[in-house]
Design a protein around this ligand. Structure first.
Ligand SMILES: [Zn+2]
Length: 259
């Protein structure tokens, strides 16, 4: 059974000047040294620093599993030159000709995948190593998938944006926050994750446990904001609002809607 560790926690923190939307990066250390998702360049230095702290060089990573090919999960891919890249076959096919209005899958994604040392496509249920398999969870994107790890405490799912945050699990109708492919499929996929997993490592939040219908975070979080915007006289002009924006699923214009 692989050891599962958070390398970078996922966030979806809103500001009035845009979202701090970072995906989580998860390390599975078993038969292979695997990263599930790799984030984008804005967090690359921090990712490498955290790996170093775990005794790993980028060249030690021999497999990268992409829960899906969105830019914020995939763009650091080439930082891991020895990694076999594992992606769902439907995602791989979609990336060859993404919709022109799909702002999460830029056309150059296929170029990045082409430059990877090796790409392996997988389908629902395929085993990556003993006790580790993939589960197709389409909806957020055409070929979104979760990585399921059997542990003595129960199944751990690293699920990407099919269930991106704890609030998505707690919503009246659990789903992805953004639907780029298919609304109904997104709801089915979220349900499948909740039915299959005891622990969820979501795309943009920290891991949580599912206990008798309750959802409990299992990692502490901390964030310190430095270099806040200041006036000429040095007065800090950043405010922290306690406001909670309620979770909501937004269906993108390119996606199939519930009929
Ligand atoms: Zn995404």
């Amino acid at each position: 059974m692989p050891e599962i560790r958070t390398v970078l926690q996922g966030f979806s923190t809103s500001t009035t000047e845009g979202n701090l939307s970072y995906c989580g990066v998860t390390l599975l250390r078993g038969e292979r040294v695997t990263l599930v998702d790799v984030g984008f360049q804005g967090r690359q230095a921090l990712l490498i620093e955290r790996l170093h702290a775990m005794g790993l060089e980028p060249t030690d990573i021999d497999r990268v599993v992409l829960t899906h090919a969105h830019w914020d999960h995939a763009l650091n891919l080439l930082r891991f030159p020895n990694a076999e890249v594992v992606i769902h076959q439907d995602e791989y096919e979609y990336v060859q000709h993404p919709h022109a209005d799909d702002w999460a899958t830029p056309a150059y994604t296929q170029d990045i995948l082409r430059r990877a040392s090796r790409v392996t496509t997988v389908a629902d249920g395929e085993e990556l190593e003993s006790g580790v398999r993939v589960m197709a969870v389409p909806g957020h994107s055409p070929g979104s998938m979760a990585v399921l790890v059997e542990t003595p405490e129960g199944v751990v799912g690293v699920v990407g944006d099919a269930l991106p945050m704890r609030a998505a699990a707690m919503a009246p109708v659990p789903s992805a926050r953004l639907i780029f492919f298919d609304e109904e499929a997104g709801e089915r996929s979220a349900r499948r994750i909740l039915d299959s997993c005891k622990f969820v490592y979501p795309g943009h939040d920290r891991p949580f446990a599912i206990d008798a219908g309750q959802f409990r975070y299992i990692e502490p979080v901390s964030m310190t904001v430095v270099n806040p915007p200041r006036d000429e006289d040095g007065t800090v002009r950043a405010a922290i609002s306690e406001a909670e924006v309620p979770f909501e699923t937004t269906v993108q214009p390119i996606a199939r809607r519930r009929t």
